[in-house]
Design a protein. Structure first.
Length: 139
């Protein structure tokens, strides 16, 4: 995934009742060579009242994502596959409009409504367009 001129579409689906519990899709194709020992047990959950970060490994990490992200959709309570978010147009995988529910804590960041820190190019907040009306603080 080092072709910086290419567009990639990633979907990560987590369902602790399924096997495998984590499914990772790149441009519509399920990646099957993941390390199965890294999957969380069915007793683990992602539903905790902790700060969630996108593009950062953890709270103390300096390994931030270097790149651009667009159209981030977090679906709460459902483990959906890549076909909900994209489709093949000829031989090319292209995004499509997601028309489903987001769940109680889900969100959609399309980056159309951004607020910046006064006098800088630093991003301050991103508006959630899912209808849940959350604002997300940029780190």
């Amino acid at each position: 995934y080092r072709d910086t001129s290419a567009w990639y579409h990633f979907v990560v689906s987590f369902d602790h009742d399924a096997s495998p519990s984590i499914k990772f899709y790149v441009n519509g194709s399920l990646v099957t060579d993941l390390n199965n020992s890294a999957y969380p047990s069915s007793a683990q959950t992602l539903n905790t009242a902790l700060e969630h970060r996108i593009g950062n490994r953890n709270y103390t990490s300096t390994n931030d994502f270097i790149g651009r992200m667009a159209n981030i959709q977090f679906i709460d309570g459902m483990a959906l596959d890549a076909n909900y978010f994209g489709e093949y147009l000829g031989a090319n995988w292209v995004p499509k409009v997601y028309e489903g529910a987001y769940g109680a804590n889900g969100f959609h960041l399309d980056f159309s409504d951004l607020l910046f820190v006064d006098g800088t190019d630093d991003l301050a907040t991103v508006k959630d367009v899912s209808g849940n009306e959350n604002h997300w603080q940029a780190a």
